[in-house]
Design a protein around this ligand. Sequence first.
Ligand SMILES: NC(=O)c1ccc[n+]([C@@H]2O[C@H](COP(=O)([O-])OP(=O)(O)OC[C@H]3O[C@@H](n4cnc5c(N)ncnc54)[C@H](O)[C@@H]3O)[C@@H](O)[C@H]2O)c1
Length: 339
Amino acid sequence: MSKKFKVVLVGCGGITGAWMKSCETRDDLEIVGVVDLDESKAIALRDKHEFLKNADTGSSLQEMLDKKNPDIVFDCTVPVAHPIVTITALEHGCHVLGEKPLADNLADAEKMVAVAERTGKTYAVIQNRRYIKEIVALRKLVQSGKLGDLTTVNADFYVGAHFDGFRVEMEHVLLVDMAIHTFDMARYLSNTEAVSVYCHEWNPKGSWYSSGASVAAIFEMADGSVYNYRGSWCPEGLPTSWEAEWRLIGEKGTAIWDGAAEIKYEIPTDDKFIRTGKVETLDCSEAIEFAAHAGVINEFLESLKTGSTPQTVCYDNIKSLKMVLAAVESAETGKKIRI
Ligand SMILES: NC(=O)c1ccc[n+]([C@@H]2O[C@H](COP(=O)([O-])OP(=O)(O)OC[C@H]3O[C@@H](n4cnc5c(N)ncnc54)[C@H](O)[C@@H]3O)[C@@H](O)[C@H]2O)c1
């Protein structure tokens, strides 16, 4: 029997559903405490799940840490609370797996990374898209070299999500709360880093957010390729998938993915005016045992057992956050920003 980690979970809102589904079948962790500023939410979460029946509930993370001495804290709070929750947990000697984004500003994010380094604890961030089988397959296609070196990556994200709660009043809502998934996917797929961004942000007529529901951003990447992101959180009708729609153009060929099941690619082989080749469907049938949230949680726990480094460890994930924050700065100043 492997080590059973003692876990305290903080923040009991909408996203905990994905965490609970991933945790309830694991025999290597026990959630011993559930905390929310509003304790009634912690009680409701505990009462909803049989496997949480022995967990204590509370409204103070510090008190719960002192009482339970967990190995790990799962941070499912809102972005603005991530620094205080993560630093409190790390300083208490806990490893932390936290929701994205790492923080909503660079100063806090760098402090969190520094505290993780000083305390020698692992702090990793949920980027669940990296653990979706189509994305893993698409990355393998890029790495196989069949498309040649990537020159252009486009992602379109159009989901008219009628949230209530913190997002409605959040500044730069699409960039700060959502775009990091798509930006992180671009880093993952192209295996290169952003070096600059020009970003235009607006709040379309009819938007139910207070600001920044739509974005167009152009990133220059370190290998000379360009990553274009277009997105909105208030289009009505014909949404894209949550994973966005993608076009990856390499020197030799192109792959497109609608963000759902099917990835197509074409590597031209003739010498027509507009070159053509056989349009192939990428085989995405290879199942991954732990998908999405379960994948990040599994890799995090394995890293603690084996000493390996999770893909989304904070000092790497901060590069995705820097893309977001540079895009915000560009949107605010109207200037191209170096990252
Ligand atoms: N990975 C994904 O696909 C995904 C999807 C949705 C949300 N998220 C992220 O999950 C996080 C939470 O989102 P949500 O939709 O569940 O929000 P939510 O508003 O539904 O829930 C957040 C909960 O955290 C609690 N909270 C806030 N500050 C706290 C603190 N300091 N201590 C204890 N509790 C605190 C609130 O009372 C609330 O119950 C956000 O960072 C969001 O970006 C990730």
